[in-house]
Design a protein around this ligand. Structure first.
Ligand code: ARG
Length: 459
């Protein structure tokens, strides 16, 4: 049976099984398996281009790695790795190659390589792939919100925009939807940047810490993996986790962005608000209360954003005070980064699906857009336009609001007459009266939608 461990010659005792199990990262690493195969194939390239192994050995190693890739896809590799134990997926792939090469060629795969440069390279390949997936996810979300904004603009749907959760000013629902799209436009750029960073320098060939005395053709490995160049400093390359942390950070940020929208939708679908109805498919019921329709996917996105924020703090903390080079602590950085990226991706995908089940209750939104005296600022602005000072206008309209509130009525034409202004009392008039760039005026929303669409097309 192939020995899963890659060391042992200098030890007189077998390793303590419980401590070996404690140190194993095999389960959490499993997601890295295909990237490790790509990394291992590139190492074969460096070995054979540099003449460290001959064509026969290189061919056998490539054949075995192709077989491992097939076993990863079928699930056989995971079963084999679990039954053979081992410290991590990197060692398990090396062990599987050794088991598959009957002529002993597998024993050459790790020449001039350490798990340190292997882990660093594999993680970069993983970060790159997930960064690109994050980019697609974020762009899809931005596109979804902008498409929805177009529909609601067409329908002229209104919203009572709030600050502090209190009625503030009438707005278009499409304006809110554009506000929901913008963070994902930024996330799109962030993901693109992190994926590109993960493509710059290839650590492979850095070996354990100081480089190798074997003639590894590092440039060949770097180009096989589509990096720009081999890394410049072996010690930095093996201990650098920046790119995977940046991709993890991008996932945390996008999930937090999603959680803010999720949080608002959770409120909006309560009967007290009634702005939104969730389809049956995205709602869940209660085991006890027969009437319930719960917005679980949005609540979970909210909860996961909190979880990932904590995990990210934990991942970053693993680097605090850590000396340069590789330390086993970095296994924790890896574990947490992978968990964030996988969970963040799942949350964003669930969020898109759940948003497909959202219907805005247009009549209800329109009917409540002017609630809470939300046109008061327009009336004060109209007073200011006649030459009244801002402070005086604020005071006079505030008094009119207080009186209307005492009398349990909305602001009226009579209030306007008394103030001596013509100003909007209806929400749509308020919206149409906005003049500034980036406001909720329908013409501005049209421009915002076009600009966002343009940016998404170009990036
Ligand atoms: N399992 C470790 C990790 O995932 C790799 C071990 C690196 N090298 C070593 N000599 N322990 O980070």
């Amino acid at each position: 049976m192939t020995k899963a461990l890659q060391w042992g010659g200098r030890f007189a005792q077998e390793p303590d099984a419980a401590l070996l199990a404690f140190g194993s990262s095999l389960e959490e690493d499993m997601v890295l398996a295909p990237y490790d195969v790509a990394c291992s194939l590139a190492h074969v390239e460096a070995l054979s281009s540099g003449g460290v192994v001959d064509a026969r050995i290189a061919g056998a190693l490539r054949g075995a790695l192709a077989q491992v890739q097939a076993e990863i896809e079928s699930g056989d590799f995971a079963r084999w790795a679990r039954s053979h134990g081992g410290e991590d997926v990197h060692g398990a792939i090396d062990a599987r190659v050794r088991a598959l090469c009957e002529g002993g060629e597998g024993e050459f795969l790790h020449a001039g390589r350490s798990r340190n440069d292997q882990v660093a390279t594999t993680l970069l390949l993983y970060a790159r792939a997930r960064g690109e997936e994050g980019h697609t996810l974020a762009r899809g979300l931005a596109e979804r919100f902008v498409a929805c904004a177009r529909e609601e603009l067409e329908a002229g749907t209104l919203l009572c925009a709030t600050t502090h959760g209190q009625p503030a000013q009438p707005a278009l629902l499409s304006f809110w939807l554009c506000a929901a799209a913008e963070p994902f436009v930024r996330a799109t750029r962030r993901f693109a940047c992190t994926a590109a960073d993960a493509k710059r320098f290839c650590p492979l060939g850095s070996a354990a810490v100081a480089g190798s005395s074997l003639a590894l053709e590092r440039a060949a490995a770097a180009s096989a993996l589509e990096f720009e160049a081999p890394s410049r400093n072996a010690m930095d390359a093996i201990g650098n986790r920046d790119a995977v942390l940046d991709v993890a950070h991008a996932f945390v940020r996008a999930t937090v962005d999603a959680s803010r929208i999720a949080g608002e939708l959770v409120t909006w679908c309560t009967p007290a608000f009634g702005y939104v109805r969730l389809s049956d498919a995205v709602s869940t019921g209660s085991s006890l209360m027969p009437q319930k329709r719960n917005p679980d996917p949005f609540e979970l996105v909210r909860g996961i954003a909190a979880e990932l924020t904590g995990s990210y703090a934990g991942a970053l903390a693993t680097l605090c005070g850590l000396p340069l080079s590789y330390h086993r602590d970095l296994q924790q950085t890896k574990r947490l980064s992978i968990a964030i990226i996988e969970r963040g991706g799942a949350a964003l995908r669930a969020f898109v699906r759940a948003f497909d089940g959202v219907t805005f209750e247009r009549d209800h939104l329109n009917a409540h857009a002017a609630d809470g005296y939300s046109v008061a600022t327009d009336i004060a602005d109209a007073l200011i336009a006649t030459g009244v000072s801002a402070r005086r206008a604020h005071e006079r309209v505030g008094n009119a609001v207080a009186r209307a509130e005492r009398e349990e009525r909305a602001l009226s034409a009579a209030d306007l007459a008394e103030l001596g202004v013509t100003a909007p009392l209806a929400a749509m008039q308020s919206v149409q009266g906005k003049r500034t760039t980036g406001s909720t005026n329908p013409h501005e929303v049209v421009k915002t939608i076009a600009a966002v669409e343009q940016e998404l097309r170009s990036g």
